[in-house]
Design a protein around this ligand. Structure first.
Ligand SMILES: [Zn+2]
Length: 191
């Protein structure tokens, strides 16, 4: 809208009210999201978030700040800290039992928690332990067989969750900038 650019004010993206130029706040917000389902050999559901810089009036800007804070708190509450601490401790103990140095075990548990895959990797460790024990390898006696299996599965989980971020490192998916904390691809464009 070229005519709008000549005016000494802009329209707020959210409330659609006129905001004088000096009071306009620019902010990158999620303007849309899309869900796509594809049926190939497996059912594949992708949820994508689209982010754009928009103009806001000061009041809407503050409201969005408040909403984002509430959303962050809600997502943190999904995995309470004591639950993470419990899983992290369990993970550290398991790795230590498998003869991994304590500090390295702690670092691995911390990294998995940071990547938001602690729960999944604990599940993977449990599954690997069950399977390898059935095959006659006790995890604490055969760490050289059990740990690489678990490491491969956990690595694959991390790669899968952050596949769009990793692809963007190699310039394979320029349009998608990265994954958000929920593992959802995020597209940011200028508009
Ligand atoms: Zn507004």
């Amino acid at each position: 809208m070229t005519a709008r650019r000549l005016l000494p004010y802009q329209w707020g993206w959210r409330c659609d009210q006129a905001v004088p130029h000096g009071f306009v706040r620019r902010r990158v917000v999620q303007t849309a999201s899309s869900h796509s389902t594809s049926y190939g050999t497996t059912l594949h559901v992708t949820s994508t978030a689209y982010y754009h810089p928009v103009s806001l009036c000061p009041r809407c800007d503050e409201e969005i700040t408040e909403e984002e804070r509430a959303r962050l708190e809600a997502s943190a509450a999904r995995w309470p800290w004591w639950w993470r601490l419990g899983l992290g401790t369990w993970m550290t103990l398991c790795l230590t039992l498998a003869h991994v140095p304590v500090l390295l075990s702690l670092a691995v548990a911390w990294a998995l928690a940071r990547l938001n895959i602690l729960g999944r990797s604990v599940l993977a460790m449990w599954a690997v332990a069950v399977v390898t024990e059935a095959l006659g390898w006790q995890p604490q006696r055969n760490p050289t067989q059990v740990l690489p299996v678990w490491g491969t599965i956990t690595g694959a989980l991390a790669v899968w969750k952050y596949r769009y971020t990793i692809m963007s490192w190699f310039g394979l998916r320029r349009k998608i900038s990265e994954n958000d904390a929920a593992g959802r691809p995020v597209i940011t464009t200028n508009r």
